[in-house]
Design a protein around this ligand. Structure first.
Ligand code: ATP
Length: 315
């Protein structure tokens, strides 16, 4: 394989303005200077994996504009191969974010070029898919494009899906996931009424597994994660105790790290334990891509929760 991980997904410019108070309908408020950050779940996951040392490629679409160039620059600076990034068709995706002093925010997303990444684009990138040991996707691009990714994998490639933002998934897509990675909100949306009746995260993991994926990971923020598979049952993976300052991007760094480690032959519990360490470092720093650690920084993380091979079975 040429690549340990191919990320297929979104690339957004995050345009952030601090405000004293978020505006009501019809109201204008003055804010801070504009800050522009590279973001989007696809771009974030690719940067996170490359920074850890994974040979990483990104398949995405950006506009032929300054935001697109910003995104390409940040990918290349992290060491991501951007030959698969397509340009044009619409402006680069943008997230307009206002943040008040308490940290609460209001966000408007314009998918732009992300919405123009098509199944035909994926089929044209077949060589890239076949050259990648693990392929990960999220749902900030059209669902039919993600379905085309799952259908276009190499014979021994592994598919990892973080269904964010969540929506009902076709059975053919669920069946390809190994694992399906969800947080609590995504688990509830995917499970619908059954999720509301479930007794908690372990039940969600079992119910999601019954929908067809080969394995499931439920992330639980500071509580760590659950991993579930037909042969391994449901296991809890501890988080690492840290002083969290900003959880932005924790899920993206966790997913990228997990996907990469699975490709190196780690078990699901081992890969999740490593990913939990990556997520823990990222919450100790502000921002998304800026907060993602190198492998050395992950190794240097003191204290450490239990190692993956100590992960306690809960069923
Ligand atoms: P995001 O905030 O990026 O949307 P998410 O909801 O997708 O995140 P989380 O469950 O919040 O995902 O975090 C992913 C993983 O990162 C967790 O499973 C955990 O291992 C680690 N993590 C997140 N928050 C903390 C924390 N406060 N302390 C330690 N580890 C954390």
């Amino acid at each position: 394989y040429d690549y340990d991980l191919l990320v297929v997904g979104s690339a957004n410019a995050d345009l952030v303005i601090g405000v004293e108070r978020r505006p009501a309908a019809g109201e204008t408020v003055l804010g801070s200077d504009l800050a522009v950050h590279p973001g989007g779940k696809g771009a974030n996951q690719a940067v996170a994996a490359a920074r850890l040392g994974a040979r990483t490629a990104l398949l995405a679409r950006v506009g032929d504009d300054a935001h697109g160039r910003l995104l390409l620059d940040s990918q290349r600076a992290a060491g991501v191969d951007t030959a698969g990034v397509l340009t044009g068709g619409a402006p680069t995706g943008v997230a307009l974010i206002t943040v008040d002093p308490s940290g609460d925010n209001s966000i408007v997303v314009s998918p732009g070029a992300n919405g123009r990444l098509t199944p035909a684009d994926v089929r044209a990138a077949s060589g890239l898919l076949h050259a990648s040991r693990v392929v990960s996707a999220q749902l900030e691009i059209p669902l039919e494009t993600v379905v085309a990714v799952a259908a276009g994998l190499g014979p021994d490639s592994r598919f990892v899906l973080n269904p964010s933002p969540p929506r009902p998934l076709p059975a053919v897509l669920l069946a390809a996931c190994d694992p399906l990675i969800v947080n609590e909100h995504e688990a509830k949306v995917l499970l619908g009424e059954a999720g509301g009746a479930a007794s908690g995260p372990e039940d969600w993991a079992r119910l999601l597994l019954a929908k067809g994926p080969r394995s499931v990971v439920v992330t639980l923020g500071a509580e760590g994660a659950l991993v579930a598979s037909a042969d391994g049952g449901v296991q809890h993976v501890d988080s690492v105790k840290v002083d969290a300052v900003d959880t932005t991007g924790a899920g993206d760094s966790f997913t990228a790290a997990l996907a990469w480690r699975l490709g190196t032959g780690a078990s699901l519990a081992e890969a999740a334990a490593y990913a939990a360490r990556v997520g823990a470092v990222s919450v100790t720093r502000r921002g998304a891509q800026e907060s993602f650690p190198t492998a050395e920084e992950v190794d240097a993380l003191g204290g450490a929760g239990r190692r993956a091979d100590d992960a306690s079975g809960t069923s």
